[in-house]
Structures are given as C-alpha cells and as structure tokens.
Design a protein around this ligand. Sequence first.
Ligand code: PLP
Length: 433
Amino acid sequence: MKYISTRTPQKAYNLRETAFLGLAPDGGLFIPECIPQVSLDVVRALSADSYNALAIYLAELFFGGELSPGQIEQAIDRAYGFSPRLATLAEGLHTLELFHGPTFAFKDFGARFMGALFGLLNDTGRELVILTATSGDTGSAVAGGFYGVPGVKVVLLYPAGRVSPLQESQMTTLGGNIFPLQVDGSFDDCQRMAKAVFSDTAFCRERGITSANSINILRWIPQSFYYFYGWHLWRQATDSKEAPVIAVPSGNYGNLSAGMLAVRMGLPVKRLVAASNANDVIPEFLRTGDFRPRESVRTVANAMDVGNPSNFERMMALCGADFHRLWSGVGGFSASDDEIRRAIGEIWKMYGYLSDPHSAVGYLAMKSSGMGKGFWLSTAHEAKFREVLQESLPAGAMPQELPPALAERLRLPRKYGEAAADAGSLKEYLTTL
Ligand SMILES: *Cc1c(COP(=O)(O)O)cnc(C)c1O
C-alpha cells in the first residue's frame, strides 16, 4: 500500500516514509493511494470473536504488504487490551463508548496503534525522539502509546499550570522512555517551540526527531476500525438491518474523517453527523459551502476547541472534492456551552447515565439529526471532566470516587523537566537527552 498527499497525488510514499514524515512535504495530509474494500461477512464474524480479531483483519488490508501477519497481530495485541462498548441508555438510544483504554479517552485507539507500529517500522537501528506539544489529552495518550516502545524516546511539551492535575499525572508518572517537559508559557508557546525545532530539518535528521501529530496516518487509519465494530454491536443490539446514523463529537476531524474512510471501505452508514461545540467551522461549511477557519473559542468541551480543523483536507479528498457527495453523506450540528451542560443534566436525569461534555454533544447531534436510528460516539470518560459535570448535575448526583486507575495515577509522584518558553532551551534539552 502506498500513500499520497492530499495536495500532490502524483507522488506516492511507502509506509515508513509516510509514518515518519507525519505531514506530507507539500504541507498536505497523507491518504491511502487506493482504499481497500472489506467483506462485511468477515467483519461480522470477526467482531463476534473480539475487537482485536477485527482490528487485525482491517490492519492487514492496509499494512499487509509491509508487515507480516505475525507482526500485525503482535502490534494489535500490544496496542489494545481494551475494546469499544455499546451502551444502551433506553430503547433506540445507543452510544459507542470509546473511553475504556488506559487514558480514558478515544485517542488511545490511534496513539497506542501508532506506538506499536513505530517500534516495528524503526529498523534504522537508531533511536528516535518523538516530540509533541500538548494541551493535555494528546500528551497522555501519546505517553501511554509509546511507553516502553524500544528505541523510542518521547518528549512532551506542556504549559505549566494549564493542564489538569489528572492530565499532568498521566504524562509525568510513567518515567522510562517518557520525558515530560513543563514549559513556562502557554500551549501556543509549546507549539511554537516544537514547530521551530521541526523547521530545523538538519537538526531533526541528525537526532532522529519526529512528531506523533494527530494527523499521522498511523493514528488516523486505526480510528476507522471501531466504526465497523460499533456497526456490528449496534446491529446486534437492535436487530436492525438498516444502515445507522453515527454522530461524532469533533474538533480536528480526525475521528470523523476516519469514519468517512470506513464508509469508503464499504461500511453501511446512513449519515455521519459532525457534532461540534461553538467552534462550528465544519457545520457552517456544510450549510453554506464556505470554509472559514478562525481563532478557536474556549468551551466546556475543550478537546474540540479547534478553529482550523486540519482534517478538512482529508474530508474533501475522501469525497473526491465532490461537495455534493460530502453534503449527502455528512450532516452538521453545533451546541453552545449551555446546551452541553443541560444535556449532561438531562442524560443523567432521564437515563441515569453520566456523560462527559464531548460525548454530550454527540447525544444532542443524534437527537436533532432526524435522520433515523443509530448511535453517537462517546469520546471520553466523564471522570476526566469533573468540573463541568459538577456545574451540570443536580447536587448529590456527582460520583465521589474516581475510577481506581485514575485515582492511583494521582497519588504517584510526578517527574518532569522544566524549560523556558523558547526554542533555544528546547534544543539544548534535546541535545542532552
Ligand atoms: C480529541 C478529542 C475530540 C475531537 O476529536 P477529533 O478527531 O480531533 O475531531 C473529541 N473528544 C475528546 C474527548 C477528545 O479528546
């Protein structure tokens, strides 16, 4: 399987190049040169067995040319000791919970797969350094995904005092090959520092520095796998022969564009719904045909606070830049902070179910789609967003206990380096690593 850029489709790259480059040299995003087709009978049979069995089949369709079946199986088993679950809140009301991984958010599905494959693909005999700037969630997923991967060191830049104690403890309590670096500045400073390092290509080549950005093909492709599994679980739960509507809480649109990839691979879906918060660039585009990226605004669903979604290019490329095809296959929805808080309260009151703010947007989108039956994706465990739940739930409804795995992390000692908010001090740090 070869990969091409969304901008210059004439040039093809192999898997190693694609994975280690992250972003295509022309600034575009990588997509597969041709989209493999699934057998739905096989999808059903394997899903009935286990998530990993299904993921191995789907991963082989993409990576079977480069990796042996044994390697793929080993990578999937290393990545996934957990699987998506379908929760039924009431008859006809279903959500696919994607937060049962170690960092309690769906990013585990992409980050852990990438970690497992990076180890296999790095046959240079040289150590790689993965540099990532994070505002919290990505850092914890990447740290978990690459923890213990041989030949890889991970440097995480995060803004001092601006990530939650839970996020910080997920990044700073692993040790080993994970090197968190607390930056005396904002998330934007962290991103600027990382960009400055990446733009010094000679320095990066010399030291084997690469990124684990969310647009990396190794994080993106495995996000298409759980759509198939969710489809199977939903059909089983509902006895439905119809294609479902699937609502996807979205920010940078990696998740939703992976859903589009699943559709192109042959998954029957009636409609994908782009569920956004006040950062509604894509729903607006679907309504008006104008793509107007802008500064993001802060919301209670902050992992979706993206004003210029990188994966827009992938979405367009996946429908052959055919707007009509995109419009008929994808619907848009956006919710205000008040609507999100009210939805969290409503879901608890009516169904006794706790929802995090991001997943609550999916619930609202599903309810308002009017397109028929289906499910929404739940992207994070509610325990990660306790402050918002506290504001949204009636007194006494808030669970007192954190899940044991999270509570335990909070008790462990945190270890991190410290850096001033300038690229020079980051380079110095990387030199001594
Ligand atoms: C990252 C994230 C999202 C947004 O996913 P995209 O792929 O960027 O659209 C939604 N919910 C949670 C909890 C997230 O961490």
